[in-house]
Design a protein around this ligand. Structure first.
Ligand SMILES: Nc1ncnc2c1ncn2[C@@H]1O[C@H](COP(=O)(O)OP(=O)(O)OP(=O)(O)O)[C@@H](O)[C@H]1O
Ligand SMILES: [Mg+2]
Length: 335
């Protein structure tokens, strides 16, 4: 039996803007099994962080509505109070954010911040001190005594991200969410941090939701991939299925627009147009089709179910437009 560490069913998030609520994501169905890495990809503004934040209960209920069902390690989290979420955050699910500097407290020593994350009452005990050192070691920091005594600004970006990972792992969560964990780092440090996430994930047999714009990272770390556009999942499947047999026009376009796919002498393909704002979103349609030059109006405006179709074992795609779409032909167009 596989154990599902994340089971998201029909998740939607609405933000209050002025007097109205506007939907940012809708109909999200995603699962992560123990020991698996699911990469969530899509352009800026597609709703990746909105989804991740809803798992952690970090949306402000005063102006955000989260609907649907999200089970973390078998426990429903939609509708939990802040107090109830406190029992889950950091315990069943840990999150690594993009910018460690804004997530760490500038006035607290590193050791204290990690101790703070460990769920025991006596933060000053020898047991907690030893655990802090052990965690720093786990994330590849050898001089753990010195680092524990420093403040965030005294560390490099890579070291700060290691500390954030130590905090996320303090209570050995089953599920780790990493939202662009390396974007702020240079490429050598990026590789080290990604290796670290992978190593920890293997060691703990955790599930990982990895949000990234870097498709090389996806290819290296992910078991499964979900592609998000304008608040909806347009395609999902095993990493080989998505990379070798992409179906949805958006997935094909994203792969084509990836810098590592440029052939010598070829220009990098740029996807025409931009991601719609919340006010422009229309969840009853396949909204990416607006950005595909040359399509029939009828195809662009057709109502499309948000239930995905299984095109091969475990590989799901939204709508039918992919049946007549080929990115190489599209990229040749001169209009
Ligand atoms: N608190 C909020 N209030 C209103 N709108 C929001 C809020 N948070 C996000 N949005 C909007 O929701 C949409 C999705 O944003 P989100 O940050 O989830 O995208 P993303 O895929 O994580 O993008 P990026 O790759 O840039 O991190 C965007 O249109 C964004 O402007
Ligand atoms: Mg984001």
């Amino acid at each position: 039996m596989t154990e599902k560490l994340l089971e998201a069913h029909d998740v939607s998030v609405d933000f209050r803007i002025g007097d109205e609520y506007q939907k940012a994501i809708s109909g999200i169905n995603l699962n992560i099994e123990r020991g698996k890495v699911l990469a969530l990809v899509g352009e800026s503004g597609s709703g990746k962080s909105t989804f991740a934040t809803s798992i952690m209960g970090l949306h402000n209920p005063e102006y955000t509505k989260v609907n649907g069902s999200i089970q973390v390690a078998g426990k429903e989290v939609v509708g939990l109070t802040e107090k109830e979420f406190d029992q889950i955050r950091g315990v069943s699910v840990g999150m690594i954010f993009q910018d460690p500097l804004s997530s760490l407290n500038p006035l607290m020593k590193i050791g204290e911040q990690i101790a703070e994350a460990i769920t025991v009452h006596d933060k000053g005990s020898t047991k907690v001190k030893n655990r802090v050192r052990e965690l720093l070691n786990d994330v590849g920091i050898d001089e753990e005594k010195r680092v524990a005594d420093q403040y965030p600004h005294q560390l490099s970006g890579g070291m700060r991200q290691r500390v954030m990972i130590a905090i996320a792992l303090a209570n050995e969560p089953d599920l780790i969410i990493a939202d662009e964990p390396t974007t702020a780092l240079d490429s050598i440090i990026q590789a080290q941090i990604l290796d670290l996430i992978k190593e920890i994930q293997k060691k703990k047999d955790a599930g990982v939701l990895l949000i990234t714009h870097n498709l090389d990272v996806v290819a290296e770390l992910a078991d499964d991939v979900a592609v998000m556009y304008a608040g909806q999942i347009v395609e999902k499947g095993a990493v080989e299925q998505i990379f070798e047999n992409p179906k949805h026009p958006y997935t094909q376009s994203l792969l084509k627009a990836d810098p590592s796919n440029v052939q010598p002498g070829e220009h990098l393909y740029a996807i025409p147009g931009t991601v719609p704002s919340l006010a422009e979103m229309d969840f009853s349609k396949d909204s990416f089709l607006k950005r595909v030059p040359g399509l029939d109006e009828a195809v662009v405006n057709a109502t499309v179910s948000d239930v995905l179709t299984e095109v091969e074992d475990g590989h799901f795609v939204r709508g039918n437009a992919w049946k007549n779409f080929n990115i190489d032909e599209q990229a040749q167009r001169k209009d």
